[in-house]
Unconditional design. Structure first.
Length: 246
């Protein structure tokens, strides 16, 4: 009977070679895994922020619907609804601190990033043309034009305004847009956005002016920092007379 002996190389040199190969694999794979993890975390946080902004925009539109599209009422409702996004709280003090952070974020968005080019909250409808067609002089408030909201179901739905191409029912639909500057929590994310913007400029590609403003205006003196633009829209039937505040 023949016996075959299997030889195992158990020399220290062989083990060191194996450990060296593992280190090389780790050096190659670890940065990729770390990058993928950071991307997943960033998109998770971004998804939460966008959902919260959607809800806050809806709450702002609801406040506008019952307050004649008053921007003060809508902005207050917007900030109130952004409280969970900025920490929330378990008591009045914590909630007020979170609200202060939300208000600060809105102020930074308007004054530092958007400046005079855009507004944090914009009323898209009714338009100036809507008021040209449907404002009732008898309802004017403090020199501001007002569109009647009462009895819409009894008003003709086939009468189209010459300037707005809207019916009076269309003019009583409130549509708003909200822009918020979101600051990423994950390190190096803004570096990636800044590289994308630089590449677009280098290649003379079309650039979203809002995206460029968020990246450029939000950066500090050393070129670090910056924001990502979040936008949300909400549409709601007016429950009060729309007033031309803007």
């Amino acid at each position: 009977m023949n016996c075959f002996a299997v030889s195992h190389n158990t020399s220290p040199v062989h083990h060191r070679q194996q450990r060296g190969a593992t280190m090389v694999e780790m050096v190659i794979v670890a940065p990729i895994l770390l990058l993928l993890t950071m991307v997943l975390i960033h998109h998770g946080l971004l998804f939460f922020a966008k959902n919260q902004l959607n809800h806050a925009t809806f709450m702002a539109a609801r406040a506008g619907a019952v307050n004649g599209a008053d921007p003060v009422a809508m902005n207050k409702a917007l900030v109130d609804a952004l409280v969970p996004m900025y920490g929330g709280g378990l008591d009045d003090t914590q909630l007020q601190q979170a609200r202060d952070r939300a208000q600060q974020a809105v102020n930074i968005t308007q004054n530092t990033v958007l400046k005079s080019n855009w507004r944090v909250l914009t009323v898209i409808n009714p338009t100036t043309a809507s008021f040209d067609d449907w404002a009732d002089p008898a309802l004017m408030v403090k020199g501001l034009r007002v569109i009647p909201n009462s009895g819409l179901e009894y008003r003709p739905a086939d009468k189209i305004g010459a300037n707005s191409a809207q019916t009076i029912q269309d003019a009583n639909i409130l549509r708003i847009r909200v822009i918020l500057a979101y600051q990423p929590r994950v390190p190096l994310v803004m570096n990636a956005y800044r590289l994308v913007l630089a590449a677009q400029r280098q290649l003379d590609m079309p650039i979203d002016p809002l995206f460029a403003a968020m990246v450029d205006n939000g950066a500090d003196a050393d070129g670090f920092g910056g924001y990502i633009p979040l936008q949300a829209y909400a549409t709601m039937q007016m429950q009060s007379d729309p007033v031309e505040y803007q």
